[in-house]
Design a protein around this ligand. Sequence first.
Ligand code: SF4
Length: 346
Amino acid sequence: MTGSCNGRPPAPLLEVVNLACHFGQRRHPLAQRRIIRAVDDVTFTLEPGESLALVGESGSGKTTVARLVLGILPRTSGDVRVRGEPVSFGDETRRKALSRSVQMIFQNPLDALDPLVRVRNQIIEPLHIHGLNGSGGHMARASAIMADLGLESTLLSRYPHELSGGQLQRVVIARALVLEPQILVCDEPLSALDVSIQAQTIDILKRQQRATGMAYLFITHDLRVVRHMAERIAVMYLGRLVEEGPVETVLHAPQHPYTRALVASVPGLSRRDRTRSVPLSGEPPKASSALRGCRFHPRCPLAEPRCRAEVPELLPIGEQHRVSCHVVCEGPMQSETLPPHIARGR
Ligand code: SF4
């Protein structure tokens, strides 16, 4: 269903609306149950051929969002739709159908592969699962994908432990691509690879995207790869989106205090004077229901009294650029410099 009937525009390829995932946690049998809000009110869309990088520290909720998008984790509220079709947890028939459109690449290739099964069988297994025979046969399909990814077809008869890290990650990519998905969710796909192999893998992913028009949801904590992989970036902090926009805008002129600290922590990433960044202090607290107002307020040097009471909305401050901060959203939007009231707070 594309939703294009009745003159309405087609539904976005991926639509995530007010997505939330909360967990109950009880530290002691007699203690009151504490609610951890792992993901809260996350909204974004993804169109064909587009790449969105979801970034943030460990524990920011990026991987939870990926699992909710794939329907392998139950959501507390909100919606995930692929071409207008809702993604639901627990409905195996629907999830199987969805997995043809949405595939995932995991951080560690060895976690995604069975050490006792030859590469060939691992690549064609999704075709068997979906009852797809393909005109040229499974083996021809596996060989064609291996060639696309620059892998010798002789590797097909090997076991995972006989392959290098870069070859393994390409096998995982081949396994994900064999179903010709429309969306590829990449969860830290480069972090287990050497730097030289990272560059090759980025090239492969970009080439595949150009050839197929696939959309990427690219999850990473490494801002240096974002510029190579994505056109849009969404920054998460403790389960909420705090800033979203075009990569060049956000990395060149980050607005949210957390994004500015994140960008400033990577040497040479931003052309902005690094002394303008707001220093971060302390560890991120738990995203529990006890934390009121802006979740960043315990670490934010710009926090005002209302930051401790009111949750800031994600509001537009420029073209396709949204920020969730009481202070930034009140100030004038400037592309090259900090809003004056923030500059005073340095
Ligand atoms: Fe800091 Fe307040 Fe903005 Fe949150 S809303 S980032 S605490 S200034």
